[in-house]
Design a protein around this ligand. Structure first.
Ligand code: SF4
Length: 319
């Protein structure tokens, strides 16, 4: 079980990170609002997409659907069309399902509690925590990729050690760190530090405000000292260790890639139009033939089940 940081260091840790955030934070549009609908849209978009790509899509989406009610009442095909360029189209369908649930079951008022937010379609622990914190300014802890990495390094140690600690334990450590009344800034700051300084491949420790309390940094500094000592004694140094980036999966040609191409093909049609199954096949694979049909039917059935398209009478269209 990981050991919490000593309580006497907490105040210094809070001051250091919050001061760094106040000075270096990017001015992002979703940081200027506390509207839970806008926060939800940004959080869903940011889940799999980089900030620079999200910003124009965020503005375009909110221009088309400025309120929860407008999104809830829109044709799903329109929502999927607006999602073009963001990938993981299922997020668009889930976002609209959430909007419809809030309108139909909560009278259009967003739930404030994490447990209630969790019951909304497609809302996982991260999104529920993010909406509770970034819209309603609750002092809650939650984990996304950036927060997880920063907390692991600061509270536990180097990546190879920290990787063994489970999220439940990490979340408990993270909850103990949230400064009362400053949860919004604290969680934004952790995300920002993970994006700008404590990155996965090359953490910029020399300019990190958390360095004095970071266990990963302390371990690395101790290892470096040992290395310098060994070299001074004439011992052949071990190969430098690097923080390895996970090899990325081949994407083109994967099932996810074909799912995206299928939705792109339907988006390109005029509203209400449909494609015959074989026509869709030819748009996905120039050499599409009868042998590919079972594969295509499986792909289309999955997308239909996810609410991303409708397959009826051997024709495929957006919902
Ligand atoms: S000191 Fe380095 S490893 Fe630790 S939180 Fe900062 S950037 Fe990350």
């Amino acid at each position: 079980m990981p050991v919490p940081l000593p309580s006497e260091r907490l105040e210094a840790l809070h001051s250091a990170l919050l001061a760094w955030f106040a000075r270096y934070a990017r001015d992002l549009p979703w940081r200027r609002t506390r509207d839970p609908y806008r926060i939800l849209v940004s959080e869903i978009m940011l889940q799999q997409t980089q900030v620079e790509r999200v910003i124009p899509k965020y503005h375009a989406f909110l221009a088309a659907f400025p309120t929860l009610e407008r999104l809830a009442g829109a044709p799903t095909a329109e929502v999927i069309r607006l999602w073009a360029g963001l990938g993981y189209n299922r997020r668009a369908v889930n976002l609209q399902r959430t909007a419809r649930t809030v309108v139909e079951e909560h009278g259009g008022d967003f739930p404030r509690e994490v447990a209630t937010l969790r019951r909304l379609p497609g809302v996982g622990p991260y999104t529920a925590g993010a909406v509770a914190c970034f819209a309603f300014e609750q002092d809650v802890a939650f984990l996304d990729t950036n927060i997880r990495r920063v907390l692991r390094r600061v509270c536990i140690g180097p990546d190879d050690v920290a990787g063994a600690v489970r999220d439940r334990e990490l979340l408990a450590l993270g909850a103990a760190l949230v400064p009362p009344g400053r949860g919004w800034a604290w969680n934004q700051a952790l995300i920002e530090l993970g994006a700008l300084v404590c990155t996965a491949a090359s953490p910029a420790c020399p300019r990190c405000p958390l360095r004095p309390d970071c266990r990963a940094y302390a371990a690395r500094a101790a290892a470096d000292e040992a290395l310098v000592g060994a070299m001074a004694a004439g011992v052949h140094p071990p190969a430098a260790r690097r923080i390895a980036e996970r090899p990325s999966e081949p994407y083109a040609g994967s099932r996810r890639w074909y799912r995206g191409r299928a939705i792109d093909a339907l988006r390109a049609l005029s509203p209400g139009s449909a494609l015959l199954l074989a026509e869709l096949g030819l748009r996905l694979k120039p050499d599409y033939g009868p042998a590919d049909e079972p594969w295509l039917r499986g792909l289309v059935a999955d997308l239909d089940r996810d609410g991303l398209l409708v397959f009826e009478n051997e024709r495929v269209r957006l919902p």
